[in-house]
Design a protein around this ligand. Structure first.
Ligand SMILES: C[S@@+](CC[C@H](N)C(=O)[O-])C[C@H]1O[C@@H](n2cnc3c(N)ncnc32)[C@H](O)[C@@H]1O
Length: 349
């Protein structure tokens, strides 16, 4: 819809969500027709910005980060998994699908419209095959590692694409000894660690994700990953009690703070797992730790890590502060486009 100020001056064109707290999402300040061709051109431009990504699964459209608020388009090889996350965008469903078709020519498009944010928009949660067929599992490749993504049943759109660059970074810093990947999902970090480490312990509470992890290890001919279905909080306590140590540890928990109100509790949870993980790192070893809670900003996250290091009595050198991969662009003026932050640390004692 066209948006004007009180005096009737043109402000732009926006998606309209009558039931949402976010009523308008600006698409353009211009007056051009926002039709299937508009969507095609904008999706194609987003795809061009990622032309040099050497992976077969990555995000093509990251909502507002790509100027297309409430639209997510993820590519899994020849297939596309998309999410329409606002009522305004739902009204443009056919134009968006035509746009994806025309810009990316996928063999199939699946709409993973089953995320809870749609409830705030008064929209149903559903998984809809929109074009062709998308298989239940798709083999993709990321810097020499192959893995099966699960577009229909997996978390997010089938994989955690936002950690792709971090997985490659941590893989490059992995030592030859033991490695621990906590909250591994289907082994995403573990597969990278296992190319260098002697043995990897990969931990998740989801049996389904771990089953795919085992398939992923086989797909890469890796036999040095032990898969453990466990609560990471309990396992960390157990490993600490047994005084086990690891040369590389990855901590990639789910978002502990789902709202502003839960930040204090979330920080206590983050501190607990980080403090215990820090105690497990062998001297000279590496910890990659992150948080995908939007409500826990970088500052809070880094302060929490500092507290945890002091309480764990470890000296940790900060090697890198990271975010999501560049296929998830973060706009300074739209803080919601950035939620993932990570720290790569080395134990210097
Ligand atoms: C952010 S995802 C991990 C993504 C993964 N590292 C990747 O790069 O694909 C968080 C994972 O934690 C798992 N999880 C949630 N609570 C857990 C817990 N208490 N203990 C172990 N795993 C848990 C979820 O099943 C999910 O796979």
């Amino acid at each position: 819809m066209t948006v004007t100020d009180r005096r009737g001056r043109h402000l732009g064109q926006a998606l309209h969500s009558p039931k949402s707290e976010i009523r308008l999402r600006l698409l353009t300040a211009g007056r051009e027709p926002v039709d299937a061709a508009w969507w095609r051109d904008h999706i194609a431009a987003a795809a061009r910005r990622r032309a040099d990504i050497s992976a077969t699964a990555y995000r093509v459209v990251h909502g507002e980060g790509d100027g297309l608020p409430s639209l997510v388009v993820d590519r899994y090889g020849p297939y596309v998994v998309a999410q329409l996350l606002s009522a305004g965008l739902e009204q443009r469903r056919e134009d968006v699908l035509h746009g994806i078709d025309a810009a990316l020519a996928p063999e199939g498009i699946l709409l993973r419209n089953d995320t809870a944010v749609r409830r705030h928009e008064g929209l149903p949660l559903e998984i809809v095959p929109a074009r062709g067929t998308v298989p239940d599992s798709v083999a993709v490749e990321e810097s020499g590692v192959r893995y099966l993504a699960a577009p229909r049943t997996g978390q997010k759109t089938g994989a955690f694409l936002d950690q792709r660059e971090n997985r490659i970074l941590v893989g490059a810093h992995t030592g030859a000894g033991r490695a621990l990947d906590l909250f591994t999902y289907h082994g995403s970090f573990a597969l990278h660690l296992a190319r260098r480490a002697a043995e990897v312990v990969a931990v998740d509470s989801s049996g389904d994700a771990l089953a795919r992890g085992r398939e992923n290890a086989a797909l890469n001919g890796l036999t040095n990953i032990a898969w453990r279905e466990a609560n990471a909080f309990d396992l960390l306590r157990e490993l600490e009690r047994r005084r086990e140590t690891f040369d590389t540890v990855v901590l990639d928990p789910p978002a502990f703070a789902k709202s502003k109100e839960s930040v204090v509790r979330a920080l206590a949870g983050y501190k607990e797992i980080n403090l215990r993980a820090m105690r497990l790192i062998a001297p000279g070893g590496i910890l990659f730790t992150c948080s995908c809670s939007y409500h826990v900003g970088r500052g809070l996250f880094m302060d929490m890590l500092g507290d945890a290091a002091r309480d764990a009595r470890r000296r940790l050198e900060l090697l890198a502060i990271t975010g999501a991969g560049r296929d998830h662009p973060e706009l300074l003026s739209v803080p919601e486009t950035g939620y993932l932050k990570g720290a790569l640390l080395r134990a210097v004692d």
